[in-house]
Design a protein around this ligand. Structure first.
Ligand code: 5GP
Length: 209
């Protein structure tokens, strides 16, 4: 197919405090959304119980991660509460070139970097009903030390203050509502007339069956 006619995937970025339920929303929503690929990030943080290399994250040591930075293999990366997190570029570019939409889950620094590099990326912010509720969820998860919880809450406060930089805000209070809204936003973005390719317009204009 002619390159100009090939549909290029849309990049969606989902940001929101640690513990706000980004993973839960994604896992609930993606099975019902065709043509969307989730980008698995690289990180230097330790594995939580049940996490598997290549599923939740690619778990690397700092030397390996810094090698990826030096070779410019990351679309973006950030330091979050003492660990590196980053998005390997190649799978994202390949999926988008193949016409799949791609979903990234990023903290704020990385989200801003992606927006700078790819201005047409669609930016979604997942907000907690309140910081009080977020703290309750973070503690309930039981995976972080008190010091890490405090650092994650401090980051959450900064991220929430930046919410108006995003295109959409989804409050994760009742999960089904958040999943429904997330799915509707993806559908609406896909229907944006500006995403249509020449071939789509040619189809609309076809006068014979
Ligand atoms: P967690 O340790 O809770 O899995 O993730 C901590 C934070 O890092 C979350 O806000 C998560 O969205 C973010 N994060 C995960 N992967 C990436 C990534 O590839 N790049 C950036 N910048 N942030 C990420």
């Amino acid at each position: 197919m002619d390159e100009a006619q090939h549909r290029k995937g849309i990049l969606f970025v989902m940001t929101g405090a640690s513990g706000v339920g980004k993973d839960t929303i994604r896992r609930a929503a993606l099975p019902a959304i065709d043509g969307m690929v989730y980008s698995i990030s690289a990180t230097t943080r330790g594995r939580r119980p049940g996490e598997v290399h290549g599923e939740q994250y690619y778990f690397y040591d700092r030397t390996t991660f810094e090698g990826m930075i030096e070779r410019d293999e990351l679309l973006e990366y950030a330091d979050y509460v003492g660990d590196y997190y980053g998005t390997p570029s190649l799978p994202v570019r390949q999926a988008m070139d193949d016409g799949s939409d791609v979903l990234l889950e990023l903290e704020l620094v990385g989200a801003r970097e992606v927006k700078r590099k790819i201005p047409e990326a669609v930016m979604l912010f997942i907000a907690p009903p309140s910081l009080y509720e977020l703290e309750r969820r973070l503690r309930g998860r039981g995976t972080d030390s008190e010091a890490k919880i405090q650092k994650r809450l401090a980051r959450a406060r900064d991220e929430i203050r930046a919410v108006r930089e995003f295109d959409y805000a989804i409050v994760n209070d009742v999960l089904e509502d958040a999943v429904g809204l997330f799915t509707s936003i993806i559908r609406a973005e896909r229907a944006r007339a500006s995403h249509l390719q020449d071939s789509d317009v040619a189809d609309f204009l076809r006068e014979q069956g």
